[in-house]
Design a protein around this ligand. Structure first.
Ligand SMILES: Nc1ncnc2c1ncn2[C@@H]1O[C@H](COP(=O)(O)OP(=O)(O)OP(=O)(O)O)[C@@H](O)[C@H]1O
Length: 253
């Protein structure tokens, strides 16, 4: 087991945003989190990362209640790239990525070869090696997003939480990022809006509607024409792609 939630409930201002959400991310899988705008994806990811506390229910990390695990121990294994991640200081890209090593370092340890290798590897995987010495403010939106991904990878997490990570990325980098995440030896939970990308790369999908899970399973099990109509309010035809054998959605005009 990796992440598991048990009847997680959270709300704000009298509104229930997440209603008894129970899910499990299996070790090593890429779990896609889908749902229309406002369905609760970001709220759920923030609960999983321990940035919000549930009003009832709990998050388990390898069978241990997340609330009982020290923050530093969580940070050593869980990396989270938020939807609107910002970095204010005008640091170089490499310095931002180095921040990912922070949870692994003690007060007395120097910068190690392992730290250096983690940073170099993360920059490479995120396609940011050529920009390592560029200043943050000189980056495009997509490059900033990739630098945040690199920082998360430098953390060498066992669990990776990504909130719409392909936002701002051109199509080449969207595909490259999703392929990278699907091939990493980590458990990942990724909120996505592009259902065809989710179908292509995720092992399993969880679909939220108004804070409740309405479907869980493989892309082939979940992405039905009926679900597209009732959850996403679109008419579509779903075929098995002859190219990658996953569902492919044709939206109808
Ligand atoms: N801090 C907050 N204050 C008020 N309302 C909030 C807060 N956080 C979440 N909500 C509300 O909870 C609902 C779910 O929001 P959330 O951001 O989790 O949805 P989402 O599925 O990630 O949406 P999107 O696809 O648009 O990013 C929304 O109606 C949102 O307005």
């Amino acid at each position: 087991m990796s992440f598991k939630t048990e009847r997680l409930t959270w709300g704000i201002g009298g509104k229930t945003v997440l209603d008894a959400v129970s899910l499990e991310a299996r070790p090593g899988e890429m779990l896609g989190l889908l749902g229309p705008n406002g369905s609760g994806k970001t709220s759920l990811l923030r609960l999983l990362a321990g940035l919000k506390q549930p009003q009832s229910g709990r998050v388990l990390l390898d069978r241990t209640d997340l609330r009982t695990i020290p923050r530093r121990a969580v940070a050593q294994r869980v990396a989270f790239v938020e939807q609107h991640a910002t970095t204010n200081a005008n640091l170089k890209v490499v310095d931002v990525v180095k921040l990912g090593r922070f949870p692994h370092r003690s007060l007395f340890s120097g910068w190690s070869r392992a730290d250096e290798e983690a940073v170099d590897g993360a920059l490479e995987k995120a396609g940011m090696t050529a920009k390592r010495n560029d200043f943050w403010h000189s980056l495009s939106g997509g490059e900033k997003q990739r630098a945040h991904i690199a920082r998360a990878l430098a953390q060498t997490p066992k669990e990776l939480i990504l909130d719409e990570p392909t936002n701002h990325l051109d199509i080449q980098h969207q595909i490259a990022l999703l392929k990278l995440v699907s091939e990493l030896a980590v458990t990942s939970i990724t909120a996505l809006h592009d259902l065809n990308h989710a179908a292509m790369f995720c092992d399993r999908l969880v679909v939220l509607k108004q804070g409740r899970i309405v479907a869980t399973g493989t892309p082939g099990e979940v992405l039905t024409e009926e679900l597209l109509r009732t959850v996403f309010s679109v008419e579509a035809r779903v075929e098995v792609s002859p190219h990658h054998a996953r569902p492919h959605i044709h939206y109808l005009r």
